[in-house]
Each structure stands twice: as structure tokens, then as C-alpha cells.
Design a protein around this ligand. Structure first.
Ligand code: SF4
Length: 399
């Protein structure tokens, strides 16, 4: 896979050595078991796959190169480039300004832009409406477009099945940037609806089977269907695509369920649009959770959808802490972690086990720098008086 020029501050010598060793030992990516970092009375099990994915590295490389190439110009990002606070803060420190927040609320009006400015499209992509607004101003976005190719693959497939007469069902968080972008691109070629989860797929099924009153569709899915959507005919043939960071197993369950409702001949197979990184990271967490352990730590941005899904998986089995930096591990006893169910940081005591050895599972989201994961490992090792072992671990993995 292509190597990207990502600032060294995001890399970690330890994690790079581990990933390289695992890559060489398992070229076909068949082994989803974790890597053990053995500190004696502390055992850290690191997921087989975690951290920056292709799309995030591509976006970071383009964004930092854009800054270098455009000294003296005003540089804007449509919204957060990826859902990682450190990366976004680093870009802002270098003068990049955000035009919108994650939910599409305008922070700086488009009327303040001129053709001389530079606007970077984030990895999630953007809507056709916004693309049109920017090109009407005379802004050339192609050069600074960091839209992930795997997101574009979803758009292309939506367009392809749309041309064959299928309606597109987008499984995603309706307000997420990527879902809004995918909705916009799909809706340009075919009727499109966004559903959040299996529950909503079941409601949609009620309109397909006629069990629900058809006109109620427009209330149930208000703001989630394309203009001119005709419930009397637009759910006859369907295909499901997803916001790439959704739980792949959820999307597959929704697709299987809806296929069962409409029948195989009226259902488009889009399985190959599932993002490799999301699948790998989620499968690696399943592999991680097969390891007997006492607690799990997941590192990533609090508004990161893919990270939240990793937390969800871990929570089903173990006490899990969701943190965005090692600094949230205040001590061996206390952690300030994100409770995504209530959308708030919460102080928890005794998050580390008292038994020996303490067995901790560790992973991170696709927008989390490896340097942050190393920070967490260092802090944990420090709590057990074992930080001195890190250098020899790097040497061991580099061998
Ligand atoms: S998670 Fe997948 S689709 Fe999203 S940016 Fe990464 S590689 Fe691209």
C-alpha cells in the first residue's frame, strides 16, 4: 500500500516497529490476534490493526502539503479534516481556518471567500451543493480535495446501481459529514434515503411491505429522503451503502434484512464497498476481545464514529475507557474518560485491575496518531514502574 508523508509528530517508533513486524509476519492479513507487550506485572495486548488508515494519511499529507505550497494565502478547511482533535488543532495552529463545524453549521460564511483562497475538502468528502457553491466563487478544489478514495468508491457504486434503477439506502448517522456527502452524491442519480440503524430498516420495511401507511414515510424519514421521493414506487428495487465507519456487521445485518424483505432479484449487492480499514480495525477488536483481559482502553477523538464503534464492541465484554490522550489517565487509580452514551467526560476510579498481572487491551480509531497510543503505553508502563523497558521493546520488535 502507498506510503504517505505524514508529519513525524504523529508517528511512534514503537508502534511503527510493531506494525512493520506484524506486516512481515502476516502478509495476507489473516491473523487478527493481538500483539503482547509484556511488562511482567502489566500485560498490554495491542490490536492487530488500529490507527491511521489510508484515507486519513492521504488527507494529512495533502493538508500539510497545501500549507507548505500556499504561504501567504488564506487556507480554509470545509470542516474538521478528520475527527482527531490533535490533528485539527495542529492545522489551526498553522493558520488553517474551519468554514463549518462537524454538523454543517457555518462558522465563516462562504460569502467571505474569494477565488484567491484555498479550500481543502476533508477526508469525508462534501455535498454537491457545497462543491457547486465553491466553484461558483471560482475556487479550484480538485488540487486540495482529500476525500478518501474509499468514500468515493461508495459514491460511484451508489451512482452505478442508481443508473440501473435501484434506490440507495445509506446506512449512516444522518448528521455526519460523510453521510451528508454520500446522500448528496447518491441523490443526484437516484432516489435515496438515510437510515440510522436496523430499527429504522425495519420501519422502512414496513413501507415496502405496505404494513405501514405509505404517507407516514415522509414524517418517519423527514429530512432523510431525496427531493421528489415517491414512496409508492421508489422502494421497489434497493441497494444499501454505508457511512464507511459504521459497524460493518451492522451494515451487513441491515443489508441481509432488507434483501429478505424485497427478495434477491430486487436487491443490489454492494458488499465490496465496505471500507477495508473499518473492517480490519473492527475484526482486530474482535480478535483482541478473544484474549482474557481485565480492562480495555480505546484511544481516539470523541466525535470519531469509527472509534466509538470500537468502544461499543469492547464495552460488551469489559470495563472500557475511551480517552483522547494519555493525559486523561490521571493516575493509576483515576481516569477521565468519555462516556459517549451521555456525551460527557466522566471521572472513574479503579479503572486498572489490582490483580497481577494486570491485563489491558488497547486499540485506537482510524484517525488517531500512533504517537498517542505510544503515549498511553508509556503512561501505563510508568504506573507499573516499567517505562525503562520500552526501549528494549522497540529493539526487540525492530529485530
Ligand atoms: S475509514 Fe476507510 S473510508 Fe474512512 S477515511 Fe479511512 S480508509 Fe477512508
Amino acid at each position: 500500500m502507498k506510503q504517505f508523508d505524514v508529519p513525524i509528530i504523529y508517528r511512534s517508533p514503537l508502534i511503527s516497529a510493531i506494525k512493520q513486524k506484524r506486516r512481515l509476519q502476516d502478509k495476507l492479513k489473516k491473523d487478527f490476534g493481538p500483539t503482547l507487550l509484556d511488562f511482567g506485572d502489566l500485560k498490554i495486548y495491542l490490536a492487530r490493526h488500529f490507527g491511521f488508515c489510508y484515507g486519513v494519511e492521504n488527507a494529512i499529507e495533502i493538508a500539510f502539503r497545501t500549507i507548505e505550497e500556499n504561504a501567504g494565502k488564506r487556507i480554509f478547511l470545509l470542516s474538521e479534516m478528520i475527527h482527531n482533535p490533535q490533528v485539527n488543532a495542529d492545522l489551526q495552529e498553522r493558520g488553517v481556518q474551519f468554514l463549518m463545524d462537524t454538523y454543517g453549521h457555518q462558522l465563516i460564511g462562504f460569502d467571505e471567500l474569494s477565488a484567491e483562497d484555498v479550500v481543502i475538502i476533508p477526508a469525508f468528502g462534501t455535498t454537491l451543493e457545497i462543491e457547486n457553491k465553491l466553484s461558483a466563487i471560482g475556487l479550484q478544489t480538485e488540487k486540495y480535495n482529500t476525500t478518501c478514495p474509499f468514500v468515493e468508491k461508495v459514491w460511484n457504486r451508489a451512482e452505478a446501481i442508481g443508473k440501473k434503477g435501484y434506490t440507495v439506502i445509506v446506512h449512516g448517522k444522518p448528521r455526519h459529514e460523510e453521510t451528508r456527502a454520500t446522500f448528496s452524491h447518491a441523490a443526484a442519480s437516484t432516489p435515496t434515503v438515510v437510515i440510522n440503524d436496523l430499527e429504522e430498516a425495519k420501519i422502512l420495511a414496513g413501507y415496502i411491505t405496505g404494513d405501514l401507511h405509505l404517507q407516514d414515510f415522509y414524517t418517519s424519514f423527514k429530512g432523510r429522503y431525496s427531493p421528489g421521493f415517491d414512496i409508492t414506487k421508489d422502494l421497489h428495487q434497493i441497494g444499501v451503502v454505508n457511512q464507511t465507519t459504521q459497524l460493518a456487521s451492522d451494515t451487513q445485518a441491515i443489508a441481509e434484512y432488507l434483501k429478505g424483505i424485497v427478495g434477491e432479484d430486487r436487491f443490489a449487492d454492494t458488499r465490496d464497498t465496505l471500507c477495508y480499514a473499518t473492517l480490519d480495525n473492527q475484526t482486530a477488536v474482535v480478535g483482541l476481545l478473544n484474549t482474557p483481559a481485565d480492562a480495555a482502553i480505546v484511544v481516539g477523538g470523541y466525535n470519531s464514529s469509527n472509534t466509538t464503534h470500537l468502544v461499543e464492541l469492547c464495552e460488551q465484554k469489559l470495563p472500557t475507557s475511551f480517552i483522547n490522550s494519555e493525559e486523561k489517565m490521571l493516575s493509576k487509580e483515576e481516569i477521565l474518560h468519555y462516556d459517549f452514551h451521555h456525551r460527557q467526560e466522566t471521572l472513574t476510579r479503579h479503572y486498572l485491575p489490582t490483580n497481577s498481572p494486570a491485563r489491558i487491551l488497547l486499540t485506537s480509531g482510524a484517525s488517531c496518531p500512533d504517537a498517542l497510543v505510544e503515549g498511553v503505553i508509556r503512561r501505563l508502563a510508568g504506573f507499573y514502574g516499567k517505562e525503562y523497558m520500552l526501549e528494549s521493546l522497540i529493539t526487540e520488535f525492530e529485530a
